[in-house]
Design a protein around this ligand. Structure first.
Ligand SMILES: C=CC1=C(C)c2cc3[nH]c(cc4nc(cc5[nH]c(cc1n2)c(C)c5CCC(=O)O)C(CCC(=O)O)=C4C)c(C)c3C=C
Ligand SMILES: [Fe+2]
Ligand SMILES: [Fe+2]
Length: 344
């Protein structure tokens, strides 16, 4: 067990462009999409596809989308991660920094800042701000943070908090953040998660024969679940629904933000927004528990585009429940996860 005064914490999120200018968005998208855990094709093909097709086409549209949600202080994702940093630091009374998988602040900047503030630093606890394991989210973040740690030969110990998709405090925070919205009249709650290609689910199946191969695979016990995004988001949804007493017919899951032509996890959120009103579910609540901070994918894709699609397909009301952001129960959960590691 280390002394609390020798510990630092880093909260790691995905990252955003430095500004909404097209060259900054291009640089960010290049770094993001050239990540071999995000677009996992051979390097040369990835380079031609990303640099030659995806980024030139996507960057101007993406920049426009970022402009529509940008705050005076900067990217919502970064601003909200900083607010969370302050809340955790106030509560724990130990230094907390933030780092991003892509863009700024980098892992090196965060480690160096912790060391500058506390030269006798012995241990850093890293909390990836992803409750679920996916090669393209939790895994790439944790591996990158470890890679920089090794490359720069830092002397402190680095401990990484595992995915917390079924941890009671995270589940409770999500459920309680939703509860006030359930007091209003609603027909249906949609749990919308960032999608991933189906191929990634097969690739991550350590048994090679479970995921999407066994009937009802997410509910059949398997070691594959430790690395299965589909299993983990299913469990989060079920635990939250149970905690809130949501009847089966009042909620469902879907997957958003598909990129490219490959098959991604289904059902697609965009399709559900068009179908739900026709199924008589006209008053909709949407929650996005894979994102702990509001970002482009919630503030624009869901709250603006999604709302427009749902309402113009016959919906009566549409409400997006904010991410956990700096919800006190979420801050408490983080404090608890970090304290448990310090006391080990
Ligand atoms: C749950 C976390 C996330 C997973 C899993 C994930 C997979 C994934 N993402 C892309 C491509 C893009 N995602 C983009 C934005 C974005 N993605 C996440 C989280 C996950 N992505 C967040 C939090 C954000 C928002 C960042 C922000 O600044 O607010 C983008 C950029 C924006 C855009 O142009 O749409 C891309 C591109 C892939 C291909 C993928 C899995 C393979
Ligand atoms: Fe993404
Ligand atoms: Fe699975």
């Amino acid at each position: 067990m280390v002394n609390k005064s020798e510990v630092g914490i880093v909260l790691m999120n995905l990252g955003s462009p430095d500004s909404t200018a097209v060259p900054d968005v291009k640089r960010y998208l290049m770094e993001f999409l050239m990540d071999k855990r995000v677009i996992d094709y051979p390097w040369l093909f990835r380079k031609l596809l990303v640099g030659g097709v995806i980024v030139p086409n996507r960057a101007p549209k993406s920049a426009e989308a970022y402009q529509s949600i940008w705050w005076e202080e900067g990217s919502p994702l970064i601003v909200l991660t900083r607010q969370l940093q302050k809340a955790v630091q106030n509560d724990m009374q130990i230094p907390v920094e933030i780092m991003m998988r892509y863009g700024n602040p980098s892992p090196e900047a965060a480690y160096d800042k912790l060391l500058a503030d506390n030269p006798s630093l012995k241990e850093v606890i890293l909390l990836p701000l992803y409750p679920h394991y996916a090669m393209s989210s939790y895994e790439t973040a944790a591996e990158y943070a470890k890679e920089i740690y090794r490359k720069k030969k830092y002397k402190f110990k680095l401990s990484v908090i595992p995915p917390y998709y079924d941890e009671p405090d995270y589940i409770n925070a999500v459920a309680e953040s939703m509860r006030p919205y359930l007091q209003e009249d609603y027909d249906y709650v949609l749990f919308s998660y960032h999608g991933v290609p189906v191929r990634h689910i097969h690739k991550g199946d350590i048994t090679g024969k479970h995921c999407l191969k066994v009937s009802d695979c997410c509910h059949v016990k398997s070691p594959a679940h430790e690395f299965c995004y589909r299993h983990q988001v299913t469990i989060t949804s079920e635990l939250v629904a149970e905690k809130l007493g949501l009847p089966k017919e009042k909620w469902g899951m879907s997957f958003q933000s598909r990129l490219g032509r490959e098959e991604w996890l289904q059902p697609y959120t965009a399709a559900r927004f068009e179908e739900l009103p026709k199924e008589g579910k006209k008053k909709l609540l949407v929650v996005c528990p894979a994102f702990v901070s509001d970002c482009l994918e919630t503030l624009e894709e869901i709250a603006v585009e999604g709302k427009h699609s749902f309402m113009s397909s016959g919906g009566d009301s549409f409400k997006m429940i904010p991410c956990l952001n700096v919800h006190p129960l979420w801050v408490n959960a983080i404090v608890k996860y970090c304290t448990q590691l310090i006391e080990k």
